[in-house]
Design a protein around this ligand. Structure first.
Ligand SMILES: Nc1ncnc2c1ncn2[C@@H]1O[C@H](COP(=O)(O)OP(=O)(O)OP(=O)(O)O)[C@@H](O)[C@H]1O
Ligand SMILES: [Mg+2]
Length: 427
């Protein structure tokens, strides 16, 4: 990212606080003009947090289109942002495959029994195979000389690589073959496995009506509060026994001014819960009406919620920053551009908006391709600029020709004034 130094520093501090687990249950508001990189900063935070910390994101308007109550949608969003790290001891068999013997029955095509010989540096054992294991071994294309791990509970087989001892059998391997040492010690081992899930995933799996398939269908419906209560108390138990850890993640709600009073008061309360993630919200509104009331408030957010939020403001870009951003974008889209064209585009960006300038890159590159030019030049930008109108020109066009449009709502007096303006401009 380019520029926006203040805001990014602030976001960096918040990230640090999240990593140290200091600000669970608090919120951050990203406020600033349209196109100043609020959504981009939030995405950056998500990436910087890494895989371990859950990051749930939603646009506030989504809650109005779901087939569930608004508070249910918000509850689900909150629980998607809380991770549970579950530690589990599993028993595995890990070793190098010495030999796989599958009995081929005289009749019928599927073999049902066989023998698997596995060894470590210290011991060798023969295991009987059932049809399920045979299928799994065939599917993984396990051969003699592979080092594998078998999960005893689930029967899941993982190929760890080929044994170094076999590194001379060139014909049996592709270019991506990984070599590993033959394991030492006992064949059967206890291993600690760590799973990361979110509270929401646990909810879905345990709400019996849909079962875990709902996770894939994405259609979970409402989850009963008894289910959630049971899960919460179970997890509290696990935490005491040291089997599970709670990892508060981040819930990002974009365009937060779209929420209404009910949602805002829900957020107030939810933030005080002891299982709360960090709430990051973004808006480009100034002082405006709070949805569902007649009161006005900064950013369309009630004061009591605002009071719980740390506010990061994003600033409009300077020309230099615009230039740098457009430079990166052009490179990312594989568009070659002359310096003059870039300068013109920067001017356009400053006059109109960053988004419009970014869209012009693609349009101008298409224009350039059409005239079989290698790079985008000033005239291509000019052509794209005349083909696609930005907001200001569109608004002006409508002011001039408003009589010809349907549903015209500009009041009469204003219209006369505008008419006078337009006339003055023409002179
Ligand atoms: N500092 C930056 N560096 C690189 N690209 C940026 C930067 N800031 C914004 N952009 C790009 O500009 C575009 C608009 O940014 P973004 O969507 O984050 O704006 P926003 O603040 O969320 O606007 P809105 O209020 O309209 O939602 C995006 O395509 C983004 O990639
Ligand atoms: Mg945005």
């Amino acid at each position: 990212m380019v520029g926006q130094v203040q805001a990014r520093k602030a976001a960096g501090v918040i990230l640090q606080m999240i990593k140290e687990g200091r600000i669970a249950g608090r919120g951050v508001l990203l406020a600033g003009q349209p196109g100043t990189g609020k959504t981009a900063i939030a995405m950056g935070m998500a990436k910087a947090l890494g895989e371990e910390t859950p990051f749930a994101m939603m646009a506030a308007s989504e809650i109005f289109s779901l087939e569930m109550s608004k508070t249910e949608a918000l509850t689900q969003a909150f629980r998607k942002a809380i991770g549970v790290r579950i530690k589990e001891e599993t028993e595995i068999i890990e070793g190098e495959v010495v030999e796989i013997e599958i009995d081929r029955p005289a009749t019928g095509s599927v073999s049902k029994t066989g023998k698997l010989t596995m060894k470590t540096t210290e011991m060798e054992t023969i295991y009987d195979l059932g049809s399920k294991m045979i299928e799994a071994l065939t599917k993984q294309k396990v051969q003699a000389g592979d080092v594998i791990a078998i999960d005893k509970a689930s029967g899941k087989i993982t190929r760890l690589g080929r044994s170094f001892a076999r590194s001379r059998d060139y014909d049996a391997m592709g270019p991506t073959t990984k070599f590993v040492q033959c394991p030492e010690g006992e064949l059967q081992k206890r291993k600690e496995a760590v799973h990361m899930v979110t509270l929401h995933e646990i909810d879905v799996i345990n709400s019996r009506t849909q079962g875990f398939l709902a996770l894939f269908a994405g259609d979970t419906g409402e989850i009963r509060s008894e289910v959630r209560e049971q899960i919460d108390s179970k997890i509290a138990e696990w935490r005491e026994e040291g089997k599970a850890d709670i990892i508060p993640g981040v819930l990002f709600i974009d365009e937060v001014h779209m929420l209404d009073v009910e949602c805002f008061s829900f957020l107030n309360r939810a933030l005080e819960n002891d299982l709360a993630p960090i709430l990051v919200v973004a808006t480009n509104r100034g002082i405006t009406r709070i949805r569902g009331t007649n009161y006005k408030s900064p950013h369309g957010i009630p004061i009591d919620l605002l009071d719980r939020l740390l506010i990061i403001s994003t600033q409009p870009y300077t020309e230099k920053e615009l230039h740098a951003i457009l430079d990166i974008r052009a490179e990312e889209e594989d568009v070659d551009m002359t310096e003059d064209a870039k300068d013109l585009l920067t001017k356009i960006g400053a006059e109109t908006s960053l988004r419009y300038a970014i869209y012009l890159i693609t349009a101008a590159s298409l224009v350039a391709t059409k005239r079989k030019a290698a790079a985008v030049e000033v005239e291509d930008i000019g052509r794209a600029y005349s083909l696609f109108v930005d907001v200001k020109r569109s608004a002006q066009f409508m002011m001039e020709y408003q009589e010809q449009f349907m549903f015209n709502e500009v009041p009469e007096i204003e219209r006369e004034e505008n008419g006078a303006d337009a006339a003055a401009m023409e002179q």
